[in-house]
Ligand binder design. Structure first.
Ligand SMILES: Nc1ncnc2c1ncn2[C@@H]1O[C@H](COP(=O)(O)OP(=O)(O)O)[C@@H](O)[C@H]1O
Ligand SMILES: [Mg+2]
Length: 226
């Protein structure tokens, strides 16, 4: 579904200090499954996610999604993709302060409110929130709980592609495991990108892409690993 062709992304093109965040990446991602993107801080993982999801444009090269180059489609078509086919879990969660966990998780739901609420309650509890915490506002939730509200919100409309940037960063081991289990289940018939600098949480991924200083240094597919 996604192919990168010589994908290069340079920040501050017009300045003296250019940052090569992505250097001529070439790769085809599977249509479904869990893809782990790993690499040290500053290696270009988030930039890769932004470029795949139309939030940033490449400096050169192409991102091809379902046979179409993203550089050739209009801004409104990109918006439509982001709204209807993509789901996002950002490093910063961007929850709405005056809304409860449930309200945040359902804020952009496209199914009727009652069904959305029931779905959010299930999702949130599956990834480790207690029933009593579902009506807490972000101010009363821990970083890890807020992160999971953002994950439930991203899954709400069953996007075909889910982009998760460090989704377990503020979680303890047990809750990270719960979240990864849920993402893995979700990835059975959809595509899930999980960015992390912690290799252990994507051990079970269908594909692992290692990024080093803006380049793909290694690609491992499940089954090819020992
Ligand atoms: N908005 C920006 N402007 C300039 N440089 C940036 C910007 N965002 C990221 N960078 C730089 O691009 C490189 C890759 O960053 P990023 O994709 O955030 O890496 P990662 O997610 O792996 O930590 C880093 O050197 C970072 O400092
Ligand atoms: Mg990042």
């Amino acid at each position: 579904m996604f192919t990168l062709k010589d994908a290069t992304m340079i920040y501050d093109m017009d300045k003296e200090e250019k940052v090569y965040a992505m250097k001529s990446m070439n790769i085809t991602f599977p249509d479904t499954g869990l893809v782990g993107i790993i690499g040290p801080s500053g290696s270009g993982k988030s930039t890769l996610m932004y470029v795949l999801s139309t939030l940033k444009k490449l400096t050169s090269g192409q991102v091809v999604y379902n046979g179409k180059s993203l550089s050739g489609i209009s801004e409104s078509e990109k918006q439509r993709l982001r709204r209807t086919e993509f789901g996002f879990v950002f490093q910063r969660h961007y929850l709405i302060n005056y809304m409860t966990a449930i309200e945040n998780a359902t804020v952009a739901a496209t199914i009727p409110p009652k069904a959305a609420r029931a779905k959010a309650e299930n999702l949130l509890q599956e990834i480790g929130l207690k029933k009593s915490e579902l009506t807490h506002k972000p101010g009363k939730l821990s970083g890890g709980q807020r992160q999971r509200v953002a994950i439930a919100r991203a899954m709400m409309n069953d996007p075909k592609v889910l982009f998760a940037d460090e989704p377990t960063a503020s979680l303890d081991h047990e809750n990270a495991f719960l979240v990864m289990g849920k993402l893995k289940e979700y990835a059975k018939d959809r595509l899930v990108f999980v960015i992390t600098h912690d290799t252990t949480i994507v051990q079970d991924a269908d594909m692992i892409v290692k990024i080093w200083d803006g380049s793909i240094s290694e690609v491992e597919k499940k089954g090819e690993r020992v």
